[in-house]
Ligand binder design. Structure first.
Ligand code: PMP
Length: 289
């Protein structure tokens, strides 16, 4: 695979950046994970907008326009002949000193990596995930706002460690008020009395693009949707629970903290939303044929 770094394509083995890059030294940078379906880049414009907003929030000026960045992404996908897969778009603060000062880093790096992806085994998409809530609280919005998709994912990594230690592949993180927030790398939904609910943006979750698309598709298909505060009680007593994310897509959750969710099998509304989402995804997006 070829990897794009700041204007040039390199062979994977040759692709490298400085050890003085603050992306490495301090997790100082932003990123996006983008999906490719059938030689089309899914929700590209939305990803680029979110990237620029994340960058703005950390006072990082991306050395490229949105259009140039889209062209770089398309060229990288073409060079790697990607039909289906995943794009990791990373902007680092760039090379600096060993001190924190980001203003001493004079050129952010733009990195575009493409890869094949399958987040969970097929069997789990059929039977659902068993997960736990964890003690690691999601970043306080006035510390690092979770709307910033930054290279500093230690908060999520700590949660993931707790999940794995508990024998699970994913987990649910609560916010600083003890409300349900999101999974370590996905957003969370519950279905209750046929209403499709997810925590509001100010719960302290990433504003997931899959989340937004699922809310839109649910509403277009006559489901009632609601962005509202969700407690652990609401999770345990929900009819259905599912997670959404670019890589994970839509995956059902059938057990949380040893409580069976609904019937203990993926729910009908989750399945229907999943079909609506894959039907939508397979032929939308920017084509690069
Ligand atoms: N929350 C977190 C913490 C994430 O990292 C992600 C992306 N993997 C999501 C939610 C889902 O966002 P999206 O649907 O835009 O991929």
């Amino acid at each position: 695979m070829k990897v794009f770094i700041s204007g040039k394509l390199y062979d994977e083995e040759e692709a490298s950046i400085s050890v003085f890059d603050h992306g490495l030294l301090y997790g100082d940078g932003v990123f996006e994970g983008i999906r490719i379906y059938n030689k089309r880049i899914f929700l590209l414009e939305e990803h680029i907008d979110r990237l620029f907003n994340s960058a703005k929030a950390i006072a990082l000026e991306i050395p490229s326009t949105k259009d140039e960045l889209c062209k770089n992404i398309i060229d990288t996908c073409k060079a790697n002949d990607m039909d289906n897969g995943y794009i990791r778009l990373v902007i680092t603060r760039g090379k600096g000193t060993l001190g924190l000062n980001p203003y001493l880093c004079n050129k952010p790096e733009i990195i575009i990596i493409t890869a094949k992806i399958q987040l969970y085994p097929e069997e789990l998409y059929k039977n659902g995930l068993k997960i736990v809530t964890v003690g690691t609280v999601r970043n306080h919005p006035e510390a690092i706002n979770p709307r910033i998709k930054s290279l500093n994912y230690l908060n999520n990594v700590l949660a993931k460690i707790e999940a794995i230690n508990a024998g699970c592949l994913e987990c649910i993180m609560l916010n600083h008020k003890g409300e349900v927030c999101e999974a370590s790398g996905d957003n969370i939904f519950v279905v209750c009395d046929n209403i499709v609910k997810t925590p509001p943006i100010n719960s302290g979750a990433l504003v997931g693009l899959t989340r937004n698309k699922v809310l839109e598709l649910a509403s277009l298909n006559k489901y009632k949707i609601s962005e509202e505060t969700i407690s652990r009680y609401d999770l345990y007593t929900a009819d259905e629970v599912f997670l959404t994310g670019t890589a994970a897509e839509i995956i059902s959750v059938v057990e949380i903290d040893k409580r069976k969710i609904g019937s203990g099998k993926p729910g009908l509304i989750t399945k229907e939303l999943s079909t609506l989402y894959s039907d939508y995804a397979k032929d939308s997006g920017i084509s690069f044929v």
